[in-house]
Write a protein that binds this ligand. Structure first.
Ligand code: PFF
Length: 469
């Protein structure tokens, strides 16, 4: 029955197109904007090491699981989870995993579009020579001027969301396929140019030491939780983006191979971004833990001083915007696919309503950089909360449920059929990781990072004291 299913939204024209689209979803602000600053906030090398382990042992297996479920269900994540649960005689409540993804997606898209709007604005700033010979103070000043202006932020946020709605409304295959084919290699090349510049003019030794020399005293529950959240965010996992892309994947494509390619490409881009940024941070005596402004402040200093910097800088922000665009499209797609399937709306109506709702929510994040800067209930502003709830809580939780479903609830016959390799070494390795390592890993990290383990420990200690003393 599953083998005969077809997606009503169409199919990718080849395996490569899927790899490009999934890589386009994975590579985005998460790699170039978020990875360096979260690494900076979490002390460098040790965080990177934990991050790599999360990608290899939890991220890539769940990536494969999402593709597998998507291709078997051939619908939006909510409906895919429902039909697969039905196929296996399980509760239709599994569809809640899809619903959780929708909530996470709205939250992510809302702040993602605000930051992508900065990147869009920076294309024009850099091209206009604003950063020529800029000092640190100039660069910081420009950034704060942008984030201090509600009008400008709203405009750029709206422009980016409009771009996203436009592509999603037209259907994913037409424009997106062509764009990723050309632009992902271009992004990669320009990143290499900046890496070369940064290593030769910044403090390469300090930058590389910071990134790759682990200081294990910096590892604690919160760091590991942050690394896990970053792995999910960067690989687009836990909310249905990869699942919905998987639902358009032809049947004969190898899931194992494609997952590994996408996972590695994403990781290489994140590491390159780190290598591009930290030598400049240390060369100029900047603070690595300065938060979301890190990339915008450090790289513009580099562009302001390198030969041809106006050109390369503008090109860099064009490519960063495109990388963010291909990711944002994949965040909106699951909701739109669901609205088209279930509410029978046109793609245009679904994209408009989905995009505008996320845009409205994004206004809260946008105000966190100015009027609401000091409104920090529980120590976080609106932007930080949106990011924390979606990335650090909902994505790992969604991913864990996907792992449990694919490993423990889906029959082995079904998963082996999708893998298409029989009980091969690759399949058995995946099965071991998805059955035990991924769900347990997320559960332990979660319990530790959120303080739950200690809370449960204290509770049990109190109970045993009450009972036995
Ligand atoms: N992976 C994207 C990035 O690294 O920028 C962001 C993202 C896309 C997160 C899709 C989640 C998602 F479902």
């Amino acid at each position: 029955m599953a083998a005969a299913r077809k997606s009503m939204h169409g199919e990718w024209s080849s395996r490569w197109i899927f790899i490009l689209a999934a890589t386009g979803s994975a590579v985005g602000l998460g790699n170039i904007w978020r990875f360096p600053y979260v690494t900076g906030e979490n002390g460098g090398g040790a965080f990177v090491l934990v991050y790599l382990a999360c990608v290899a042992f939890v991220g890539i297996p769940i990536l494969a699981a999402e593709i597998l479920l998507g291709r078997r269900g051939r619908q939006s994540p909510i409906n895919t989870m429902r039909v697969l649960a039905d196929d296996e005689g399980l509760s239709s409540r599994w569809a809640y995993v899809g619903w959780m993804g929708v909530v996470a997606g709205f939250l992510i898209l809302s702040f993602y579009s605000v930051v992508a709007g900065w990147s869009l604005a920076y294309i024009f700033y850099v091209a206009g020579g604003v950063f020529n010979d800029a000092t640190i103070a100039d660069s910081q000043g420009e950034f704060h001027q942008l984030t201090g202006s509600v009008a400008r932020l709203t405009l750029w946020h709206a422009a980016f969301m409009a771009m996203t709605m436009f592509v999603v409304a037209r259907g994913v295959s037409g424009g997106l396929e062509k764009a990723v084919k050309l632009l992902m290699p271009a992004l990669f090349s320009i990143l290499l140019v900046i890496v070369g510049y940064s290593l030769t003019t910044g403090d390469a030794a300090a930058g590389l030491r910071y990134l790759f020399e682990p200081d294990f005293s910096k590892i604690n529950g919160a760091t590991i939780l942050a690394a896990l959240g970053q792995a999910f965010f960067s690989l687009s996992l836990g909310m249905g983006s990869i699942m919905v892309y998987g639902s358009y994947l032809p049947k004969d494509v190898s899931i194992a191979q494609t997952s590994i390619i996408v996972g590695c490409a994403d990781t290489v881009v994140a590491l390159l971004a780190g290598i591009a940024i930290f030598p400049i941070v240390f060369g100029y005596g900047l603070e690595p833990g300065q938060g979301p402004g890190l990339v915008f402040i450090t790289l513009t200093i580099a562009f302001g001083h390198m030969p041809g910097g106006q050109f390369f800088g503008a090109l860099f922000f064009i490519l960063l915007t495109v990388a963010a665009w291909t990711s944002a499209i994949s965040i909106l797609e699951p909701v739109v696919a669901w609205l088209v399937e279930s509410a029978r709306w046109s793609r245009l109506k679904a994209s408009l309503i989905g995009g505008v709702s996320a845009w409205l929510l994004g206004i809260g994040s946008l105000l966190s950089f100015n009027y609401w800067e000091d409104f920090t209930p529980g120590g976080r502003n609106f932007f930080d909360w949106a990011e924390f709830i979606s990335t650090t809580i909902l994505l790992p939780l969604g991913g864990m449920l996907v792992a449990i479903f694919a490993g423990w609830r889906l029959s082995l016959a079904s998963s082996m059929d999708e893998f298409g390799t029989g009980p091969s070494v690759g399949y058995r390795t995946w099965l071991g990781l998805i059955l035990f390592v991924a769900p347990l890993g997320v559960a332990i990290v979660f319990a530790e990072g959120t303080g739950l383990r200690r809370a449960v420990g204290s509770f049990l200690a109190a109970v045993s004291t009450a009972l036995f003393s």
